[in-house]
Design a protein around this ligand. Structure first.
Ligand code: FES
Length: 135
């Protein structure tokens, strides 16, 4: 192998390594770094914001809202645009980002941007006054 061929092959190998690396780390399927993982915690709904419909709390980077007397929803709290913590707007039945006014449905889907990606929805289950929020 002459010097010219060696340089050509080395360049091609480096290019392939760069492409492979990008496929591993640049994938659009990568998890949002603001989205909490392995969520599993409980809240006491007998007192505080969750004691009444329309109330909400943010815990462990999850926003938990009481939609009505029996239903709760939980989604990732960080706006998918630039990470501002969203708020529950009970009169609109949606989550709003106060930074640039993105709105999200109760299941986290985008109503309007600038955010384009949904909030991650988490499961809830109520047992007595204990609300479990989990992935
Ligand atoms: S940070 Fe939420 S809309 Fe921009």
């Amino acid at each position: 192998m002459d010097r010219k061929e060696f340089i050509r092959l080395a360049g091609a190998s480096a290019g392939m390594a760069l492409i492979a690396s990008c496929f591993q780390s640049c994938s659009s399927d990568d998890a949002d770094p603001n989205t909490p993982t392995n969520v599993d915690f409980t809240l006491d709904i007998s007192t505080g914001q969750l004691a009444t419909p329309g109330g909400f709390v943010v815990q462990n980077r999850v926003i938990v809202a009481r939609v009505n007397s029996t239903d709760f929803v939980a989604v990732s709290a960080a706006c998918t645009h630039q990470g501002t913590t969203v708020q529950f707007q009970p009169s609109q039945n949606r989550f709003n980002c106060p930074n640039h006014n993105s709105n999200f449905n109760l299941n986290g889907t985008v109503i309007n941007g600038p955010a384009t990606r949904p909030l991650t929805q988490f499961q809830t289950s109520l047992s007595g006054n204990t609300l479990r929020v989990f992935s």
